[in-house]
Design a protein around this ligand. Structure first.
Ligand code: GLC
Ligand code: CA
Length: 555
Protein backbone atom coordinates (compact mmCIF):
# COMPACT_ATOMS: atom_id res chain seq x y z
CA UNK A 1 0.00 0.00 0.00
CA UNK A 2 1.39 3.38 -0.98
CA UNK A 3 1.97 5.88 1.80
CA UNK A 4 0.64 9.34 0.90
CA UNK A 5 -0.01 12.60 2.75
CA UNK A 6 -3.74 12.49 2.07
CA UNK A 7 -4.07 9.08 3.71
CA UNK A 8 -2.44 10.57 6.79
CA UNK A 9 -4.58 13.73 6.88
CA UNK A 10 -7.66 14.70 8.84
CA UNK A 11 -10.17 16.85 6.98
CA UNK A 12 -12.49 19.43 8.48
CA UNK A 13 -15.60 20.41 6.55
CA UNK A 14 -16.75 24.02 6.61
CA UNK A 15 -20.26 24.96 5.57
CA UNK A 16 -19.46 28.66 5.12
CA UNK A 17 -22.96 30.01 5.57
CA UNK A 18 -23.06 28.67 9.12
CA UNK A 19 -19.44 28.87 10.20
CA UNK A 20 -18.62 32.47 11.20
CA UNK A 21 -20.10 35.82 10.19
CA UNK A 22 -17.60 38.70 10.09
CA UNK A 23 -19.83 41.62 9.15
CA UNK A 24 -23.09 41.21 11.04
CA UNK A 25 -25.38 40.37 8.12
CA UNK A 26 -26.24 37.05 9.74
CA UNK A 27 -24.48 34.96 7.08
CA UNK A 28 -21.14 33.24 7.55
CA UNK A 29 -18.42 34.40 5.17
CA UNK A 30 -14.81 34.01 4.05
CA UNK A 31 -13.38 36.61 6.43
CA UNK A 32 -15.18 34.75 9.18
CA UNK A 33 -13.35 31.56 8.18
CA UNK A 34 -10.00 33.34 8.09
CA UNK A 35 -10.63 34.66 11.59
CA UNK A 36 -11.04 31.11 12.90
CA UNK A 37 -8.05 29.44 11.24
CA UNK A 38 -6.08 29.51 14.48
CA UNK A 39 -8.85 27.53 16.15
CA UNK A 40 -8.59 24.89 13.42
CA UNK A 41 -4.82 24.89 13.72
CA UNK A 42 -5.18 24.20 17.42
CA UNK A 43 -7.53 21.32 16.67
CA UNK A 44 -4.79 19.94 14.46
CA UNK A 45 -6.60 19.28 11.19
CA UNK A 46 -4.63 19.21 7.94
CA UNK A 47 -7.19 20.06 5.30
CA UNK A 48 -10.37 22.11 5.02
CA UNK A 49 -13.13 21.02 2.67
CA UNK A 50 -15.01 24.17 1.85
CA UNK A 51 -18.64 23.70 0.82
CA UNK A 52 -19.41 25.89 -2.24
CA UNK A 53 -18.46 29.56 -2.08
CA UNK A 54 -19.14 30.37 -5.72
CA UNK A 55 -21.70 32.80 -7.09
CA UNK A 56 -25.13 31.29 -6.62
CA UNK A 57 -28.76 32.28 -6.28
CA UNK A 58 -28.82 29.90 -3.28
CA UNK A 59 -31.75 27.72 -4.19
CA UNK A 60 -29.69 24.93 -2.58
CA UNK A 61 -27.26 27.05 -0.54
CA UNK A 62 -24.50 27.29 -3.11
CA UNK A 63 -24.90 23.84 -4.65
CA UNK A 64 -26.55 25.69 -7.54
CA UNK A 65 -23.70 27.63 -9.11
CA UNK A 66 -24.21 30.47 -11.56
CA UNK A 67 -20.51 31.35 -11.98
CA UNK A 68 -17.72 28.93 -11.06
CA UNK A 69 -15.07 31.62 -11.15
CA UNK A 70 -16.71 34.21 -8.92
CA UNK A 71 -17.33 34.31 -5.17
CA UNK A 72 -20.86 34.52 -3.78
CA UNK A 73 -21.39 38.15 -2.82
CA UNK A 74 -22.68 37.27 0.63
CA UNK A 75 -19.44 35.38 1.33
CA UNK A 76 -17.09 38.18 0.23
CA UNK A 77 -14.76 38.76 -2.70
CA UNK A 78 -12.07 36.91 -4.62
CA UNK A 79 -9.54 38.96 -2.60
CA UNK A 80 -11.07 37.56 0.58
CA UNK A 81 -10.72 34.10 -0.89
CA UNK A 82 -7.07 34.62 -1.80
CA UNK A 83 -6.38 35.94 1.66
CA UNK A 84 -8.09 32.96 3.28
CA UNK A 85 -6.10 30.54 1.11
CA UNK A 86 -2.81 32.28 1.89
CA UNK A 87 -3.56 32.41 5.62
CA UNK A 88 -4.51 28.73 5.63
CA UNK A 89 -1.33 27.79 3.78
CA UNK A 90 0.72 29.85 6.23
CA UNK A 91 -0.61 27.57 8.95
CA UNK A 92 0.05 24.41 6.97
CA UNK A 93 -3.65 23.89 6.26
CA UNK A 94 -4.74 22.92 2.75
CA UNK A 95 -8.02 23.88 1.11
CA UNK A 96 -10.24 21.55 -0.87
CA UNK A 97 -12.96 23.12 -3.02
CA UNK A 98 -16.41 21.68 -3.61
CA UNK A 99 -16.75 20.85 -7.28
CA UNK A 100 -20.43 20.85 -8.24
CA UNK A 101 -20.54 19.85 -11.90
CA UNK A 102 -23.36 17.36 -12.20
CA UNK A 103 -25.51 20.46 -12.59
CA UNK A 104 -25.30 24.23 -12.61
CA UNK A 105 -27.79 26.85 -11.55
CA UNK A 106 -30.47 27.67 -14.10
CA UNK A 107 -29.03 31.18 -13.82
CA UNK A 108 -25.66 30.07 -15.15
CA UNK A 109 -24.81 31.70 -18.46
CA UNK A 110 -24.61 28.28 -20.15
CA UNK A 111 -28.18 27.49 -19.21
CA UNK A 112 -29.49 30.92 -20.06
CA UNK A 113 -28.06 30.35 -23.57
CA UNK A 114 -29.08 26.71 -23.73
CA UNK A 115 -32.76 27.39 -23.19
CA UNK A 116 -32.88 29.83 -26.12
CA UNK A 117 -34.99 28.56 -28.97
CA UNK A 118 -32.52 29.28 -31.73
CA UNK A 119 -29.65 26.93 -32.29
CA UNK A 120 -26.76 28.24 -30.22
CA UNK A 121 -23.40 26.84 -29.10
CA UNK A 122 -24.87 25.86 -25.73
CA UNK A 123 -27.97 24.03 -26.93
CA UNK A 124 -26.48 20.64 -26.06
CA UNK A 125 -24.89 21.61 -22.70
CA UNK A 126 -27.87 20.22 -20.76
CA UNK A 127 -30.21 17.25 -21.09
CA UNK A 128 -33.23 18.29 -23.13
CA UNK A 129 -36.07 16.00 -24.20
CA UNK A 130 -39.44 16.35 -25.88
CA UNK A 131 -42.48 15.76 -23.68
CA UNK A 132 -44.64 12.67 -23.90
CA UNK A 133 -48.27 12.61 -25.08
CA UNK A 134 -48.38 16.33 -25.69
CA UNK A 135 -47.85 17.75 -22.25
CA UNK A 136 -46.35 15.04 -20.04
CA UNK A 137 -42.72 14.83 -18.83
CA UNK A 138 -40.53 12.46 -20.89
CA UNK A 139 -40.68 9.82 -18.14
CA UNK A 140 -41.74 9.23 -14.52
CA UNK A 141 -38.45 10.04 -12.78
CA UNK A 142 -38.53 11.94 -9.51
CA UNK A 143 -35.95 14.51 -8.42
CA UNK A 144 -34.11 14.25 -5.10
CA UNK A 145 -35.85 17.34 -3.77
CA UNK A 146 -39.37 16.22 -4.65
CA UNK A 147 -41.53 16.42 -7.74
CA UNK A 148 -40.70 15.30 -11.26
CA UNK A 149 -37.06 15.32 -12.36
CA UNK A 150 -38.18 17.13 -15.52
CA UNK A 151 -39.12 20.75 -15.95
CA UNK A 152 -40.86 22.15 -18.98
CA UNK A 153 -39.14 25.24 -20.33
CA UNK A 154 -41.46 27.68 -22.11
CA UNK A 155 -38.65 29.39 -23.91
CA UNK A 156 -37.24 26.30 -25.61
CA UNK A 157 -40.48 24.35 -25.61
CA UNK A 158 -38.81 21.24 -24.23
CA UNK A 159 -38.18 19.52 -20.89
CA UNK A 160 -34.81 19.58 -19.13
CA UNK A 161 -33.56 17.04 -16.61
CA UNK A 162 -32.85 18.12 -13.04
CA UNK A 163 -32.02 15.32 -10.63
CA UNK A 164 -32.12 17.92 -7.84
CA UNK A 165 -34.21 21.11 -7.74
CA UNK A 166 -35.62 22.64 -10.90
CA UNK A 167 -33.07 25.41 -10.47
CA UNK A 168 -30.29 22.79 -10.82
CA UNK A 169 -30.38 21.57 -14.44
CA UNK A 170 -28.10 18.57 -15.12
CA UNK A 171 -25.14 19.14 -17.42
CA UNK A 172 -24.71 16.91 -20.45
CA UNK A 173 -21.33 15.28 -19.85
CA UNK A 174 -21.56 13.41 -23.14
CA UNK A 175 -20.88 16.74 -24.84
CA UNK A 176 -17.06 17.14 -25.10
CA UNK A 177 -17.46 20.93 -24.92
CA UNK A 178 -19.00 20.59 -21.45
CA UNK A 179 -16.13 18.44 -20.26
CA UNK A 180 -13.62 20.92 -21.63
CA UNK A 181 -15.32 23.84 -19.86
CA UNK A 182 -15.26 21.94 -16.57
CA UNK A 183 -11.65 20.83 -16.90
CA UNK A 184 -10.53 24.37 -17.81
CA UNK A 185 -12.37 25.76 -14.82
CA UNK A 186 -10.75 23.17 -12.54
CA UNK A 187 -7.33 24.05 -13.93
CA UNK A 188 -7.99 27.71 -13.22
CA UNK A 189 -8.59 26.90 -9.53
CA UNK A 190 -5.57 24.61 -9.36
CA UNK A 191 -3.39 27.37 -10.79
CA UNK A 192 -4.68 29.59 -8.01
CA UNK A 193 -3.14 27.15 -5.58
CA UNK A 194 -6.06 25.23 -4.12
CA UNK A 195 -5.29 21.75 -2.87
CA UNK A 196 -8.04 19.51 -4.13
CA UNK A 197 -11.66 18.84 -4.89
CA UNK A 198 -14.61 17.22 -3.18
CA UNK A 199 -16.80 16.23 -6.11
CA UNK A 200 -20.51 16.65 -5.60
CA UNK A 201 -22.67 13.66 -6.68
CA UNK A 202 -19.93 12.78 -9.14
CA UNK A 203 -21.30 9.24 -9.60
CA UNK A 204 -24.31 10.80 -11.36
CA UNK A 205 -22.68 12.71 -14.21
CA UNK A 206 -23.02 10.01 -16.85
CA UNK A 207 -26.54 9.09 -17.95
CA UNK A 208 -27.81 6.39 -20.29
CA UNK A 209 -28.98 7.55 -23.71
CA UNK A 210 -32.28 5.70 -23.33
CA UNK A 211 -34.38 7.13 -20.53
CA UNK A 212 -37.25 4.74 -19.77
CA UNK A 213 -39.64 5.01 -16.82
CA UNK A 214 -38.04 4.00 -13.54
CA UNK A 215 -39.36 1.60 -10.93
CA UNK A 216 -41.77 3.49 -8.71
CA UNK A 217 -40.57 3.78 -5.09
CA UNK A 218 -42.67 5.96 -2.83
CA UNK A 219 -44.01 8.60 -5.18
CA UNK A 220 -41.99 8.74 -8.41
CA UNK A 221 -39.94 6.53 -10.72
CA UNK A 222 -36.32 5.92 -9.70
CA UNK A 223 -33.75 7.41 -12.11
CA UNK A 224 -30.96 5.51 -10.30
CA UNK A 225 -30.28 2.71 -12.80
CA UNK A 226 -30.00 5.24 -15.65
CA UNK A 227 -28.12 8.03 -13.90
CA UNK A 228 -25.99 6.57 -11.11
CA UNK A 229 -22.65 4.92 -11.98
CA UNK A 230 -23.66 5.47 -15.60
CA UNK A 231 -22.05 4.04 -18.74
CA UNK A 232 -19.22 6.56 -19.21
CA UNK A 233 -18.51 7.56 -15.65
CA UNK A 234 -15.07 5.98 -15.44
CA UNK A 235 -14.07 7.24 -18.88
CA UNK A 236 -14.92 10.78 -17.86
CA UNK A 237 -13.13 10.59 -14.53
CA UNK A 238 -10.01 9.18 -16.16
CA UNK A 239 -10.13 11.97 -18.68
CA UNK A 240 -10.45 14.47 -15.82
CA UNK A 241 -7.53 12.83 -14.09
CA UNK A 242 -5.37 12.92 -17.18
CA UNK A 243 -6.23 16.50 -18.13
CA UNK A 244 -6.28 18.09 -14.69
CA UNK A 245 -5.80 16.07 -11.52
CA UNK A 246 -2.60 14.27 -12.45
CA UNK A 247 -0.85 17.59 -13.04
CA UNK A 248 -1.10 18.74 -9.42
CA UNK A 249 -0.56 17.28 -5.96
CA UNK A 250 -4.20 17.21 -4.94
CA UNK A 251 -6.55 15.43 -2.62
CA UNK A 252 -9.72 14.28 -4.36
CA UNK A 253 -12.83 12.74 -2.90
CA UNK A 254 -15.92 11.80 -4.83
CA UNK A 255 -19.37 12.01 -3.35
CA UNK A 256 -20.70 8.82 -4.88
CA UNK A 257 -24.26 7.83 -4.05
CA UNK A 258 -24.84 4.25 -5.17
CA UNK A 259 -21.22 3.20 -4.77
CA UNK A 260 -20.35 -0.35 -3.71
CA UNK A 261 -16.93 -1.59 -2.57
CA UNK A 262 -16.47 -3.15 -6.03
CA UNK A 263 -17.09 0.18 -7.73
CA UNK A 264 -15.00 2.06 -5.16
CA UNK A 265 -12.04 0.02 -6.36
CA UNK A 266 -12.53 1.71 -9.73
CA UNK A 267 -13.35 5.20 -8.50
CA UNK A 268 -10.62 5.21 -5.90
CA UNK A 269 -8.39 2.27 -6.69
CA UNK A 270 -4.70 2.49 -5.86
CA UNK A 271 -3.86 2.40 -9.58
CA UNK A 272 -7.03 3.32 -11.46
CA UNK A 273 -6.18 6.99 -12.00
CA UNK A 274 -9.52 8.43 -11.05
CA UNK A 275 -9.93 9.78 -7.49
CA UNK A 276 -8.20 9.32 -4.14
CA UNK A 277 -11.28 8.21 -2.25
CA UNK A 278 -15.07 8.26 -2.25
CA UNK A 279 -17.88 8.88 0.21
CA UNK A 280 -20.12 5.83 0.53
CA UNK A 281 -23.66 6.11 1.92
CA UNK A 282 -24.45 2.64 3.23
CA UNK A 283 -24.30 3.64 6.89
CA UNK A 284 -26.36 6.83 6.58
CA UNK A 285 -29.07 6.09 4.10
CA UNK A 286 -31.76 4.04 2.72
CA UNK A 287 -33.81 2.73 5.62
CA UNK A 288 -36.44 5.44 5.98
CA UNK A 289 -40.11 5.02 6.80
CA UNK A 290 -41.15 7.66 4.24
CA UNK A 291 -38.50 7.96 1.56
CA UNK A 292 -35.35 8.89 3.50
CA UNK A 293 -37.32 10.16 6.51
CA UNK A 294 -37.37 8.10 9.67
CA UNK A 295 -37.31 8.36 13.45
CA UNK A 296 -35.65 4.99 13.94
CA UNK A 297 -32.07 4.37 14.94
CA UNK A 298 -30.08 1.75 13.09
CA UNK A 299 -28.93 -1.27 15.08
CA UNK A 300 -25.28 -1.52 16.02
CA UNK A 301 -24.85 -4.87 14.27
CA UNK A 302 -26.11 -3.26 11.06
CA UNK A 303 -23.65 -0.39 11.45
CA UNK A 304 -20.77 -2.69 12.26
CA UNK A 305 -21.59 -4.93 9.34
CA UNK A 306 -21.49 -2.04 6.89
CA UNK A 307 -18.42 -0.29 8.20
CA UNK A 308 -16.54 -3.56 8.50
CA UNK A 309 -17.44 -4.53 4.96
CA UNK A 310 -15.90 -1.28 3.70
CA UNK A 311 -12.84 -1.67 5.92
CA UNK A 312 -12.16 -5.19 4.74
CA UNK A 313 -13.04 -4.95 1.09
CA UNK A 314 -11.02 -1.84 0.32
CA UNK A 315 -7.97 -2.95 2.28
CA UNK A 316 -4.88 -2.72 0.10
CA UNK A 317 -6.80 -1.88 -3.08
CA UNK A 318 -8.64 1.41 -2.52
CA UNK A 319 -8.90 4.06 0.16
CA UNK A 320 -11.82 4.79 2.51
CA UNK A 321 -13.16 8.11 3.65
CA UNK A 322 -14.64 8.07 7.14
CA UNK A 323 -17.53 10.23 8.31
CA UNK A 324 -20.47 10.23 10.69
CA UNK A 325 -22.06 13.42 9.45
CA UNK A 326 -21.79 16.36 7.06
CA UNK A 327 -24.00 19.22 5.86
CA UNK A 328 -26.54 16.73 4.46
CA UNK A 329 -26.91 14.58 7.57
CA UNK A 330 -28.20 15.03 11.09
CA UNK A 331 -25.69 15.55 13.88
CA UNK A 332 -23.57 12.47 14.66
CA UNK A 333 -24.09 12.50 18.41
CA UNK A 334 -27.87 12.72 18.02
CA UNK A 335 -28.03 10.02 15.39
CA UNK A 336 -25.51 7.41 16.51
CA UNK A 337 -24.80 8.42 20.09
CA UNK A 338 -26.92 9.90 22.84
CA UNK A 339 -27.48 13.65 22.97
CA UNK A 340 -29.05 13.80 26.44
CA UNK A 341 -27.05 16.06 28.78
CA UNK A 342 -25.95 13.02 30.76
CA UNK A 343 -24.33 11.10 27.91
CA UNK A 344 -23.66 13.66 25.18
CA UNK A 345 -19.98 14.21 25.92
CA UNK A 346 -19.15 10.58 26.52
CA UNK A 347 -20.96 9.36 23.45
CA UNK A 348 -19.51 12.08 21.22
CA UNK A 349 -16.01 11.05 22.27
CA UNK A 350 -16.87 7.39 21.84
CA UNK A 351 -18.09 7.95 18.28
CA UNK A 352 -14.97 9.92 17.47
CA UNK A 353 -12.79 7.08 18.75
CA UNK A 354 -14.72 4.52 16.77
CA UNK A 355 -14.34 6.45 13.51
CA UNK A 356 -10.84 7.89 13.81
CA UNK A 357 -9.23 4.55 14.61
CA UNK A 358 -10.56 2.94 11.42
CA UNK A 359 -8.68 2.85 8.16
CA UNK A 360 -9.38 5.81 5.91
CA UNK A 361 -9.19 9.58 5.92
CA UNK A 362 -11.48 10.96 8.65
CA UNK A 363 -13.77 13.93 8.05
CA UNK A 364 -14.94 16.17 10.89
CA UNK A 365 -18.01 18.26 10.15
CA UNK A 366 -17.97 21.73 11.75
CA UNK A 367 -19.28 21.57 15.31
CA UNK A 368 -18.87 17.80 15.54
CA UNK A 369 -15.66 18.48 17.49
CA UNK A 370 -17.84 20.31 20.04
CA UNK A 371 -20.43 17.57 20.25
CA UNK A 372 -23.09 19.82 18.70
CA UNK A 373 -26.55 18.24 18.60
CA UNK A 374 -29.66 18.19 16.42
CA UNK A 375 -31.90 21.25 16.56
CA UNK A 376 -35.23 21.15 18.45
CA UNK A 377 -37.50 22.15 15.55
CA UNK A 378 -40.90 23.46 16.59
CA UNK A 379 -42.75 24.08 13.33
CA UNK A 380 -42.20 23.59 9.58
CA UNK A 381 -41.48 27.33 9.42
CA UNK A 382 -38.17 26.57 11.14
CA UNK A 383 -36.86 24.84 8.03
CA UNK A 384 -34.52 26.68 5.66
CA UNK A 385 -33.46 23.72 3.53
CA UNK A 386 -35.20 23.20 0.19
CA UNK A 387 -35.18 19.44 0.73
CA UNK A 388 -36.99 19.61 4.10
CA UNK A 389 -39.42 22.29 2.93
CA UNK A 390 -40.37 20.30 -0.17
CA UNK A 391 -40.54 17.00 1.68
CA UNK A 392 -42.93 18.40 4.26
CA UNK A 393 -45.20 19.63 1.46
CA UNK A 394 -44.96 16.44 -0.55
CA UNK A 395 -45.59 13.98 2.30
CA UNK A 396 -47.60 15.94 4.81
CA UNK A 397 -49.43 18.88 3.34
CA UNK A 398 -50.57 16.58 0.54
CA UNK A 399 -52.26 14.38 3.17
CA UNK A 400 -50.16 11.26 2.48
CA UNK A 401 -48.90 11.06 6.07
CA UNK A 402 -50.16 12.83 9.15
CA UNK A 403 -48.12 15.58 10.75
CA UNK A 404 -47.92 13.48 13.95
CA UNK A 405 -46.26 10.57 12.17
CA UNK A 406 -44.07 12.59 9.84
CA UNK A 407 -42.80 15.27 12.21
CA UNK A 408 -40.48 13.06 14.32
CA UNK A 409 -39.06 11.60 11.10
CA UNK A 410 -38.32 14.82 9.28
CA UNK A 411 -36.89 16.59 12.32
CA UNK A 412 -34.68 13.59 13.00
CA UNK A 413 -33.11 13.58 9.55
CA UNK A 414 -33.42 17.18 8.27
CA UNK A 415 -30.24 18.62 6.83
CA UNK A 416 -30.93 21.81 8.77
CA UNK A 417 -29.81 19.97 11.92
CA UNK A 418 -26.27 20.30 10.62
CA UNK A 419 -26.71 23.82 9.35
CA UNK A 420 -27.44 25.78 12.50
CA UNK A 421 -24.53 28.13 13.27
CA UNK A 422 -21.34 26.93 14.88
CA UNK A 423 -21.55 27.71 18.58
CA UNK A 424 -18.48 29.80 19.35
CA UNK A 425 -19.27 31.13 22.81
CA UNK A 426 -22.13 31.84 25.22
CA UNK A 427 -22.82 35.39 24.05
CA UNK A 428 -25.85 36.30 21.97
CA UNK A 429 -26.25 34.14 18.83
CA UNK A 430 -23.47 31.94 20.14
CA UNK A 431 -20.91 34.46 18.90
CA UNK A 432 -21.70 33.50 15.30
CA UNK A 433 -23.05 36.90 14.30
CA UNK A 434 -23.84 40.31 15.74
CA UNK A 435 -26.87 40.48 13.44
CA UNK A 436 -29.82 38.17 12.88
CA UNK A 437 -28.63 34.68 11.91
CA UNK A 438 -30.04 33.31 8.63
CA UNK A 439 -31.05 30.15 10.50
CA UNK A 440 -31.79 29.70 14.20
CA UNK A 441 -29.00 29.07 16.68
CA UNK A 442 -29.41 25.90 18.71
CA UNK A 443 -30.63 27.04 22.16
CA UNK A 444 -28.09 24.79 23.88
CA UNK A 445 -25.20 27.12 22.93
CA UNK A 446 -24.78 28.34 26.51
CA UNK A 447 -23.63 24.85 27.52
CA UNK A 448 -22.13 23.71 24.23
CA UNK A 449 -19.68 26.17 22.66
CA UNK A 450 -16.11 26.37 21.43
CA UNK A 451 -14.94 28.81 24.08
CA UNK A 452 -15.95 26.49 26.90
CA UNK A 453 -14.64 23.44 25.07
CA UNK A 454 -11.23 24.94 24.41
CA UNK A 455 -10.95 26.01 28.05
CA UNK A 456 -11.78 22.54 29.41
CA UNK A 457 -8.99 19.98 28.95
CA UNK A 458 -11.53 17.14 29.23
CA UNK A 459 -13.82 18.45 26.52
CA UNK A 460 -14.92 16.81 23.28
CA UNK A 461 -12.71 19.33 21.45
CA UNK A 462 -9.55 18.25 23.24
CA UNK A 463 -10.48 14.63 22.77
CA UNK A 464 -10.59 15.18 18.98
CA UNK A 465 -7.26 16.98 19.22
CA UNK A 466 -5.76 13.92 20.91
CA UNK A 467 -7.22 11.54 18.34
CA UNK A 468 -5.73 13.61 15.53
CA UNK A 469 -2.37 13.62 17.28
CA UNK A 470 -2.46 9.82 17.60
CA UNK A 471 -2.84 9.51 13.84
CA UNK A 472 0.39 11.47 13.46
CA UNK A 473 2.22 9.40 16.03
CA UNK A 474 1.28 5.79 15.23
CA UNK A 475 1.45 4.51 11.64
CA UNK A 476 -0.85 1.64 12.61
CA UNK A 477 -3.71 4.15 12.96
CA UNK A 478 -3.37 5.01 9.28
CA UNK A 479 -2.13 1.81 7.70
CA UNK A 480 -3.09 -1.05 10.01
CA UNK A 481 -5.30 -3.88 8.84
CA UNK A 482 -8.77 -3.94 10.37
CA UNK A 483 -10.42 -6.90 12.03
CA UNK A 484 -13.82 -6.88 13.72
CA UNK A 485 -14.28 -8.74 17.02
CA UNK A 486 -17.65 -9.63 18.60
CA UNK A 487 -19.63 -9.12 15.37
CA UNK A 488 -22.95 -10.15 16.98
CA UNK A 489 -22.73 -7.89 20.02
CA UNK A 490 -25.52 -5.29 19.90
CA UNK A 491 -23.77 -2.89 22.29
CA UNK A 492 -20.05 -3.07 21.75
CA UNK A 493 -18.02 -2.14 18.68
CA UNK A 494 -14.65 -3.80 19.08
CA UNK A 495 -11.90 -4.12 16.50
CA UNK A 496 -8.17 -4.47 16.08
CA UNK A 497 -5.73 -2.80 13.70
CA UNK A 498 -2.50 -4.53 12.80
CA UNK A 499 0.72 -3.46 11.09
CA UNK A 500 3.98 -5.44 10.95
CA UNK A 501 5.06 -4.48 14.44
CA UNK A 502 2.20 -2.56 16.01
CA UNK A 503 -1.29 -3.50 17.08
CA UNK A 504 -4.33 -1.63 18.39
CA UNK A 505 -7.41 -2.79 20.22
CA UNK A 506 -10.33 -0.37 19.91
CA UNK A 507 -13.31 -0.83 22.26
CA UNK A 508 -16.41 1.36 21.99
CA UNK A 509 -19.56 0.97 23.99
CA UNK A 510 -22.75 2.14 22.33
CA UNK A 511 -24.96 1.61 25.36
CA UNK A 512 -26.00 3.49 28.47
CA UNK A 513 -25.74 0.24 30.44
CA UNK A 514 -22.55 -0.93 32.09
CA UNK A 515 -20.91 -3.82 30.26
CA UNK A 516 -18.14 -6.20 31.14
CA UNK A 517 -15.69 -7.54 28.60
CA UNK A 518 -12.64 -9.77 28.62
CA UNK A 519 -9.59 -8.34 26.92
CA UNK A 520 -7.84 -10.58 24.40
CA UNK A 521 -4.77 -12.16 26.10
CA UNK A 522 -2.27 -10.21 24.00
CA UNK A 523 -3.67 -6.86 25.17
CA UNK A 524 -3.57 -7.49 28.89
CA UNK A 525 -1.08 -4.97 30.22
CA UNK A 526 -0.91 -3.08 26.91
CA UNK A 527 -0.60 0.70 26.94
CA UNK A 528 -3.82 2.70 26.89
CA UNK A 529 -3.27 5.53 24.38
CA UNK A 530 -6.67 7.17 24.74
CA UNK A 531 -9.83 6.71 26.77
CA UNK A 532 -12.93 8.81 27.43
CA UNK A 533 -13.25 7.53 31.02
CA UNK A 534 -11.14 7.26 34.10
CA UNK A 535 -10.75 3.49 34.12
CA UNK A 536 -8.03 0.87 34.37
CA UNK A 537 -7.35 -1.63 31.59
CA UNK A 538 -4.71 -3.73 33.29
CA UNK A 539 -6.86 -6.71 34.27
CA UNK A 540 -8.36 -9.27 31.96
CA UNK A 541 -11.85 -8.20 32.87
CA UNK A 542 -12.91 -4.61 32.28
CA UNK A 543 -16.22 -3.10 33.31
CA UNK A 544 -17.19 -0.43 30.84
CA UNK A 545 -19.15 2.63 31.85
CA UNK A 546 -21.93 3.89 29.57
CA UNK A 547 -20.48 4.99 26.20
CA UNK A 548 -16.95 4.23 27.27
CA UNK A 549 -14.26 4.04 24.61
CA UNK A 550 -10.58 3.20 24.83
CA UNK A 551 -7.68 2.15 22.67
CA UNK A 552 -4.87 -0.18 23.73
CA UNK A 553 -1.54 -0.28 21.93
CA UNK A 554 1.14 -2.92 21.85
CA UNK A 555 4.29 -3.60 19.88
C1 GLC B 1 -24.84 16.80 -2.79
C2 GLC B 1 -24.63 17.88 -1.76
C3 GLC B 1 -25.97 18.40 -1.33
C4 GLC B 1 -26.66 18.98 -2.53
C5 GLC B 1 -26.74 17.99 -3.68
C6 GLC B 1 -27.05 18.69 -4.96
O1 GLC B 1 -25.47 15.70 -2.28
O2 GLC B 1 -23.86 17.39 -0.71
O3 GLC B 1 -25.88 19.34 -0.30
O4 GLC B 1 -27.95 19.40 -2.19
O5 GLC B 1 -25.52 17.32 -3.89
O6 GLC B 1 -25.96 19.47 -5.36
CA1 CA C 1 -21.48 37.89 6.67
Amino acid sequence: MKHTWWKESVIYQIYPRSFMDSNGDGIGDLKGITSRLDYLKELGIDVIWLSPVYQSPNDDNGYDISDYQAIMEEFGTMEDFDEMLAEAHKRGIRIVMDLVVNHTSDEHRWFVESRKKEDNPYHDYYIWREGKDGNQPPNNWGGSFGGSAWQYDEERGMYYLHLFSKKQPDLNWDNPAVRKEVFDMMTWWCEKGIDGFRMDVISMISKTKEMPDGEVHDLYGDPGPYCVNGPNIHTYLREMNEKVLSKYDLITVGETPGVTPELAKLYAGEDTHELNMVFQFDHVGGNGKYGKWTDEKVSLTFLKGILSKWQTELYGTAWNSLYWDNHDQPRAVSRFGNDSPKYREASAKMLATCLHMMQGTPYIYQGEELGMTNYPFQTPADFRDIESINAYKEWCESGLVSHELFWPCITNISRDNARTPVQWDDSENAGFTTGTPWIQVNPNYKEINAKAEVADPNSVFHYYRKLIALRKKYPVVVYGKYELLLPEDEELFVYTRTCEDEKLLVVCSFTEQERTIELPEEFIGAECIISNMDNSYEQKEVTLKPYEAFVLYRK
